[in-house]
Design a protein around this ligand. Structure first.
Ligand code: GLN
Length: 566
């Protein structure tokens, strides 16, 4: 029977519930258990596909084509699992399902009410997502006391009644403030959050995770014990640290894993070995080398904080690659629009060891990005292009190497003379039939790799890992036409493609297509490009940053950081 661990947040938002959830999962996985993680987002949006990156951070893409909340990225980065889209539950999904069912008459004339129909649908989804795993972690978005998350907490209490308290436990992640004028850590908001949780849903936490600028002292631990009536063994200190990847190690020191198993009456399946993880964390904390990378993007004008959130996976993938190469990757965000008019700004790109052009949409900043790509290509500066980054690298190459003056993507200029990147008619049809998103190509697709390419060499290890996944996907449109070739799976989120009409021109001028996908209708879509004579000029139509984890960095990021280092 699956054991459920419910994680809720108290006092303030943004305390790091997601990372705490992922860290608990990581520990249990290290003990030999199978773990999955589910995130509940109380917003009404059906999914995160339409959320603005500057407001809500990046949209996370799953293997099965879901556009979900970026928080689920932490689960994959820590747990090395492929989280399916059904693991992100929103209020919108719950109500839509219930109303659709009512419209079809499936409630047989009964009055459809909040109780029991809404919590029932929540439970149904959670049980379905947790099926087959030893542990299902369920993170409830928002903060205790929000109106919006009451239905979900209520559903969890009801799940407890269905499956028994012995199969479920609750973790409250709270924050202990230290007001500047008293310089004393305050426990009262935490006591109140505990009380609010109990009053609103009858849930009493089994564990309190105390986030704070500093570690919890014994006096405050005791205070929470007395006021909240929770044994201090179950009050866990989680102070601010240098890197989020240290949290599983810190929580392990507090023996949270053992204590959780104890509560469930379980024993470790294997001895935990955190040595590789620890080594990587130490590399992040005190790296041997240092490089500086420029990320030229569009969503950079919303203040320091938001901007890194719009590209959080790119950021994390660089940390992963850096940790594995013992190098700190310093990131500077460059506003693409600034490069458009200002040649001096372009020249200033010399301050970077390498440049990344991440994904993006629309025409804003495009010419600036193209200038940055030209700079990298001509000056032999390492370049990594992701999705739009690859498309624009081909636009640049078409204009400045192939002599296709005025070449463009039809996303920016619909009637361009040379639409080297275009939306393909055949594809529109196929996309419609598969019904995976309005018209975007979403989720994992297989790419056949050219065995003589830089990309192929970088994907060496992944080719083996993906072979099994490819077998499991047999018959799926995601593989396309794939025989015995060497292939990898990467995630996609885009509408436009390399126009097949121009592939020969590109190749004749020295651009190498090192990977492609052949659709079930025979259409060949270009997935990877590289310039063989360049130090590192690699780009992909996919988003490899979505499959990067601390222990298995994304191959193209690894290659990029390595090239920057040389
Ligand atoms: N705008 C481009 C497209 O839709 C690229 C999308 C992206 O970078 N994710 O094809």
């Amino acid at each position: 029977m699956t054991k459920y661990i419910i994680v809720a947040g108290g006092v303030i938002s943004g305390v790091g519930k997601g990372v705490s959830t992922a860290s608990i999962g990581k520990i249990l996985k290290e003990y030999g258990f199978s773990v999955t993680a589910i995130k509940i987002d109380p917003y009404i949006n059906y999914d995160a596909g339409t959320l603005r990156p500057t407001e809500h951070g990046e949209v996370w893409v799953t293997d099965d084509g879901g556009e979900i909340d970026q928080d689920l990225g932490n689960y994959e980065r820590f747990l090395e699992i492929d989280v399916p889209k059904k693991n992100n539950i929103t209020t919108g999904q719950i109500y839509k399902t219930v109303i659709d069912r009512e419209r079809k008459g499936e409630y047989l004339g009964k009055t459809v009410q909040f109780i029991p129909h809404i919590p029932d649908e929540v439970k149904r989804r959670i049980v379905d997502a947790g099926k087959g795993y030893d542990f299902a972690l369920v993170e409830i978005g928002g903060t205790v006391g929000d109106y919006e998350n009451v239905p979900f907490l209520f559903a969890m209490k009801s799940l407890e009644r269905d499956i028994g308290k012995e199969n479920i436990l609750y973790v409250l992640v709270t924050y202990l403030l230290i007001p500047r004028h008293t310089e004393e850590m305050k426990t009262k908001p935490t006591q109140q959050a505990i009380r609010m949780l109990a009053e609103s849903s009858g849930i009493f936490p089994d564990f309190i995770l105390c986030r704070a600028p500093i570690a919890l002292d014994e006096v405050r631990r005791k205070k929470i014990e007395v006021y909240a009536n929770i044994k201090s063994d179950y009050i866990i200190s989680e102070p601010d640290i240098d890197t989020i990847y240290r949290i599983p190690l810190d929580l392990e020191k507090e023996k949270i894993g053992e204590k959780i198993l104890d509560k469930f009456g379980l024993l470790e399946k294997k001895k935990a070995d955190f040595s590789k993880w620890e080594k990587l964390v130490n590399n992040i904390a005190s790296p041997l080398h240092r490089i500086k990378v420029g990320i030229v993007g569009k969503y950079v004008d919303s203040g320091e904080f938001m901007l890194s959130d719009s590209y959080i996976s790119v950021n994390q993938a660089l940390i992963h690659a850096g940790a594995n190469l013992d190098v700190k990757v310093e990131i500077e965000w460059v506003d693409a629009k600034k490069l458009e008019k200002d040649e001096f700004e372009v020249e200033r790109l010399t301050r970077f060891n390498g440049i990344i052009i991440p994904g993006g949409f629309g025409s804003s900043g495009v010419e600036g990005k193209i200038k940055a790509i030209k700079f990298c290509r001509e000056r032999n500066v390492p370049f990594l292009g992701l999705c739009y980054g690859m498309q624009l690298a081909l636009v640049e190459f078409a204009r400045n190497v192939c002599g296709l003056d005025g070449a463009n993507t039809s996303e920016v200029e619909e009637d361009t003379k040379y639409p080297v990147i275009d939306i393909l008619d055949e594809q529109k049809e196929v996309l419609r039939n598969h019904d995976y998103g309005a018209s975007m190509r979403l989720g994992s697709f297989a790419a056949i790799l050219d065995e003589n390419s830089i990309v192929y060499n970088l994907y060496n290890k992944r080719l083996e890992e993906d072979a099994q996944k490819i077998l499991n996907l047999k018959g799926s449109f995601r593989l396309g036409i794939l025989n015995s070739e060497k292939a990898v799976l990467e995630r996609h989120r885009h509408r436009y493609e390399v126009n097949p009409v121009f592939v020969d021109v590109f190749q004749d001028n020295g651009m190498r297509f090192s990977g492609w996908h052949i659709m079930t209708n025979g259409l060949k879509l270009m997935e990877f490009i590289e310039l063989p004579s360049h130090k590192y000029f690699v780009a992909t139509q996919a988003h490899p940053e979505f499959k990067s984890s601390l222990e298995n960095p994304a191959p193209l990021f690894f290659g990029f950081v390595k090239a920057c280092l040389e």
